[in-house]
Design a protein around this ligand. Sequence first.
Ligand code: PEP
Ligand code: MN
Length: 358
Amino acid sequence: MIVVMAVGATDKEAEDVRELIKGSGLSSHDNIGTQRVVIAVLGDVAPQREHLMSKLSVMPGVDTVTAISRPFKLTSRESHPEDTIVELAGTRVGNGTLTIMAGPCAIENREMMLATARAVAASGATILRGGAFKPRTSPYSFQGLGLEGLKHLQEAGKETGLPTITEVMEPSQVDVVAEHSDILQVGTRNMQNYSLLTAVGKAGKPVMLKRGYGATIEEWLMAAEYIVSSGQPNVILCERGIRTFETYTRNTLDLTAVPLLHHLTHLPVVVDPSHATGKRWLVKPMALAAVAAGADGIMVEVHPRPDDAMSDGEQSLTYEQFADVSAALLKIHEEVRTLIKDPYAMTGPMKVGGSSKH
Ligand code: PEP
Ligand code: MN
């Protein structure tokens, strides 16, 4: 349930609303917008929904009370009509900015991390990526440099002035990763690792949550809800492809997720065409398509010599390819901004749970 306070409602009126919610055995969460306060009611609302709605709607300072039948609350567009903008040193994610996250799949050594950072920074990257803890399908594959890798990433970020992002695989790594990186990444294999989601939510750093390769959009938003309800409002969603019967590509890139998510949630959405396709030559067209669909940015893998990469070489771009993709993205982004001024206003109300599938 969402209580939208009127423009000009007093602090006391908002406090009375919170008190009534608390007195009903529920909890509240404020979203302070530029114009007004929106109070989300959290907990098992269903048994007292009608009673509570009628009580709240006549309280002084209350504009509207709406029942949210979606299972995700804090991440829903209804509870937070304005887009969330993730502010980082020197850049932001959301609100019309084109975010370009780039860097190696895995940090292999200091030199390659620094060289890749310089190359992508010179060609338009706004955030630097690099994997230090690598979730690998095979226990015999390179598992990443761990703490040493984090230090190389941090140094490369400082030198280039780019904020950094890296994956954290388990709760015990959260503190050390948060100490060395600006954004914590939760990977596809961990999207429903609820103890990790809670731990990253408490770490005080923005989080990028990649979509589980077998997860529905609702499950993904519920996972984001864990992070936000643990205390971290700055969550970026990353569509990275889902598993289907198709075998030509590593995954199937679900671009419908982009406008759909903008309708359902206020969180920024980026797309990773590297893991989605698994093929270098497919990265550019799908990156362009993602931005054309309204994505707030993309994440791509770049390597000094992709053919010698210790992981994901097949899908990694050379420096030259990255520069080409980056320049093309800027053009598409400029066009899209003028073509879709307010993409969310074009969407009508959506049935809970979406359409039935066959
Ligand atoms: C990654 O971005 O390094 C990664 C492992 O991606 P995913 O979790 O999407 O497979
Ligand atoms: Mn990778």
